[in-house]
Design a protein around this ligand. Structure first.
Ligand code: 13P
Ligand code: SF4
Length: 323
């Protein structure tokens, strides 16, 4: 009989404990950092070195000293980490973890769209491909979009891509008249206003909180609108005991951890489905995370020129976020 060489090998390969122990072992062996978005499954969030929204994860990627970045999120997030770290190995557990916003905004079409608006700068939401970033002037996320737009001189005309809902919301809060690319998030556009109003009547003390990727009719009913990290802070600080949460339900794990005495109700989608869960984010599993670290694949590979061009507007965003 073969001698058992290490503790992990003695565990049944398909158990959650096996994957967690192997991921932790591989983190040390590879000198890897594990970054996870709030929309990942709870087990992945719990073993991450950094958990955050798109901006926090880009900032963590910018600062890391690790040799390998393992990204438990979607493709554009891992790509951003690679743009910031061209010489590091950046792994994404499932290369199909895309994003409807990124997919709905091909760089060649955006380039043609941009040509129709001479004199405009292009501000792109981070939920876009590296090619789109490469033709953009500034990148933003949902947590810094307003701050960034407010730093642009009033006389400067702006195209905002690809999320029309975030763009419309920021145009309203800043009073800026922006040209919008008509993209949307398949998750945040599923919420039902009628069902949310019914829920509010059933829970009169509950606050409705919403991500700005939601449609305008949902945002009009919200008590608070913010990025995932802003929503998380709001529920921890607000005196209310119940919250109806109009964003991807992965965030509820951190909300519940931060505020165990409060009640979080998922905002219901229009249809009887679980379409409020991001199908891309949920492609990542503990097993795929383990396998990508074990095999050092799939990795993000970028054209050098695209990487260099895309770095400029990302760096601008990181600088403007500090102001
Ligand atoms: P934030 O992480 O900026 O809140 O955005 C949410 C989202 O949809 C990420 O894809
Ligand atoms: Fe893209 Fe929406 Fe999924 Fe975020 S939740 S990754 S915006 S599809």
């Amino acid at each position: 009989m073969l001698a058992i060489k290490n503790k992990a090998a003695s565990k049944k390969p398909e158990t959650k404990e096996f994957y967690i122990s192997e991921i932790n072992r591989l983190k040390k062996e590879l000198n890897a950092v594990l970054l996870a978005h709030f929309y990942q499954e709870p087990d992945i969030q719990d073993i991450a070195d950094h958990i955050g929204d798109s901006l926090q994860l880009a900032q963590a990627a910018e600062k890391t000293n690790a040799d390998v970045i393992v990204f438990a999120g979607v493709h554009f997030m891992a790509e951003t980490a690679k743009i910031l770290n061209p010489d590091k190995l950046v792994l994404l557990p499932d290369m199909n973890a895309g994003c409807s916003l990124a997919e709905g905004c091909p760089a060649d079409l955006l380039k043609k769209f941009k040509e129709k608006y001479p004199g405009h700068i292009l501000i792109s939401y981070i939920n876009c491909s590296a090619e789109v970033k490469a033709i953009s002037d500034i990148i933003c996320t949902s947590s810094n979009a307003e701050k960034i737009i407010r730093q642009i001189p009033e006389s400067q005309k702006i195209i905002f891509a690809p999320d029309k809902n975030l763009g419309r919301f920021i145009a309203k809060t800043t009073g800026r008249d922006m040209v919008l690319w008509h993209g949307s998030c398949i998750v945040h556009e599923t919420f039902s206003e009628k069902k949310i109003i019914e829920l509010k009547l059933e829970h009169p003390g509950a606050k409705l909180i919403a991500h700005p990727e939601c449609e305008e009719n949902i945002l009009n009913n919200a008590d608070f609108i913010g990025s995932t990290s802003a929503l998380l802070n709001y529920v921890a600080e607000n005196a209310a005991k119940e919250f109806i949460v109009a964003t991807e339900p992965g965030i509820l794990h951190q909300m519940q951890k931060k505020s165990p005495d409060k009640v979080f109700i998922q905002a219901p989608p229009e249809a009887n489905c679980s379409c409020n869960e991001c199908p891309y984010m949920k492609l990542n599993t503990l097993e795929k995370l383990y396998m990508c670290m074990r095999d050092k694949t799939p990795e993000i590979i970028l054209d050098r020129r695209i990487q260099e061009d895309a770095l400029i507007p990302i760096k601008r965003m990181l600088e403007m976020s500090k102001k």
